[in-house]
Write a protein that binds this ligand. Structure first.
Ligand SMILES: C[S@@+](CC[C@H](N)C(=O)[O-])C[C@H]1O[C@@H](n2cnc3c(N)ncnc32)[C@H](O)[C@@H]1O
Length: 315
């Protein structure tokens, strides 16, 4: 489904379904032999959403005809699950470190089916603001309430379109820009045009006190590389065609049609220029650090993203 300026979605469609894809990876990791992260709610979301293409992306049991035609697929999928597990662990540690250091406000931009409000041991008095599209947040809250789960913090849903005036909604929901806060943008950047990314950071800058922290999964240098892009597209088209053969009812969307391929300023440089101390960890390094080194033949199939963590030191 092509993007438009004010598009909106259910959890099972367009950008919404990508949140289910990430949940599928977290469910696969949680149910693996030696999980790096445990997200007991990921499977609950998948069960509530029903069968859909999201279940294919981390399916432990791929149809044999698919594996025959695309023998590397199992390794690719395992590498993606390892990538998502490492990414989840990175943002979990980020929030735990920030709240241990004293922040009592967390803001999760594009929260999707991130269940941190329910599963992390937040210190007493922490408020977690979750921003995403209204129907995504409604699905999440309704599914977990039905499951009997209670948030482990003061969770505040802020239904917004992140290209609109979300700071007003956040302040109205109780956020205090004068107190330190911790922010995450995980799995968001490719879904925003470059100008919206810039505006997003300007707004974060306007809402953060000194000492605040931010963590971003930033697009890596190969995101716009035409050769890399063509290879990824060809691989994806092959898998889509094979999946369509296996089940003609199923139309598999092409996720990169949801992305904005535009030049953007390097995220670490942006925060560095605006008075933040920055550390940047490339994805393969992050994964290796968590004991999830990507095998050589799958290394170029793992997103080449950069994990940026920053703390504001200057006004
Ligand atoms: C790939 S999912 C990532 C979800 C979550 N951060 C995670 O890692 O599990 C992308 C999320 O971004 C949200 N999103 C993307 N663009 C948005 C926008 N303009 N406004 C609100 N939400 C947006 C989608 O609804 C979806 O939940």
């Amino acid at each position: 489904m092509a993007r438009t300026d004010n598009d909106s979605w259910e959890i099972t469609e367009s950008v919404g379904a990508t949140a289910l894809g990430v949940a599928a990876s977290r469910a696969a990791e949680t149910e693996s032999e030696n999980p790096l992260i445990r997200d007991p709610f990921a499977r609950v979301f998948l069960d509530a959403a029903g069968d859909g293409v999201w279940n294919w992306f981390s399916a432990p049991k791929l149809p044999p005809e698919l594996l025959e035609s695309e023998p590397d697929l199992a390794l690719q999928q395992k590498s993606m699950v390892n990538y998502m597990a490492s990414r989840t662990a990175f943002f979990d540690s980020f929030f735990l470190d920030a709240t241990t250091a004293g922040a009592r406000q967390a803001v999760i931009l594009a929260a999707g089916l991130d269940s941190r409000s329910w599963r992390l041991p937040w210190p007493d008095g922490t408020t977690v603001y979750e921003l995403d599209q209204p129907r995504v947040l409604d699905f999440k809250a309704a599914t977990l309430a039905e499951h009997g789960a209670q948030p482990a913090c003061n969770r505040v849903a802020v239904p917004v379109y992140l290209r609109h005036d979300w700071p007003a909604a956040l302040r109205q929901a109780g956020f205090d820009p004068g107190a330190p806060s911790a922010w995450s943008a995980e799995g968001l950047m490719p879904y925003l045009p470059a100008a919206s990314q810039e505006l997003l950071f300007e707004r974060v800058q306007a809402l953060t006190a000194i000492g605040s922290r931010v963590a971003v999964e930033a697009l890596g240098p190969n995101f716009l590389d035409p050769e890399f892009r063509a290879k990824r597209r060809a691989r994806m088209d092959r898998v889509r065609a094979l999946l369509a053969d296996t089940d003609p009812q199923r139309e598999v969307p092409s996720t990169d049609e949801l992305w904005y391929f535009e030049e953007r300023e390097d995220v670490g440089d942006w925060f560095g220029r605006h008075g933040w101390d920055v550390t940047v960890t490339p994805s393969l390094e992050l994964m290796a650090g968590y004991g999830r080194k990507a095998p050589e033949q799958a290394a170029d199939q793992v997103p080449g993203n950069l994990f940026v963590a920053a703390q504001r030191t200057k006004a």
